[in-house]
Design a protein around this ligand. Structure first.
Ligand SMILES: [Zn+2]
Length: 69
């Protein structure tokens, strides 16, 4: 399990929901996820890169239409 600088990890405990921002890249031993101070494992939130691409294209289209009129 690679932990990279800049990633956000979220506690899986619904009553805790702590989030951490990784400040130093590391490689966890044993392939296990990092653990929160409450004892629950932490996971990276699911990221959808295609959604980011769509929104970026949409903004570019709008700015083009504004400059044309
Ligand atoms: Zn927690």
């Amino acid at each position: 399990m690679d932990i990279r600088k800049g990633e956000q990890w979220r506690c899986q405990n619904q009553e805790c929901r702590s989030e951490i921002l990784v400040s130093t890249s590391s490689h966890a031993q044993g392939g296990s996820n990092p653990r929160c101070s409450c004892g629950e494992i932490m996971k990276k939130p699911y990221v959808r890169p295609e959604l980011i691409t769509f929104e970026t294209a949409n903004v570019a289209h709008r700015s083009f239409a504004a400059s044309a009129s």
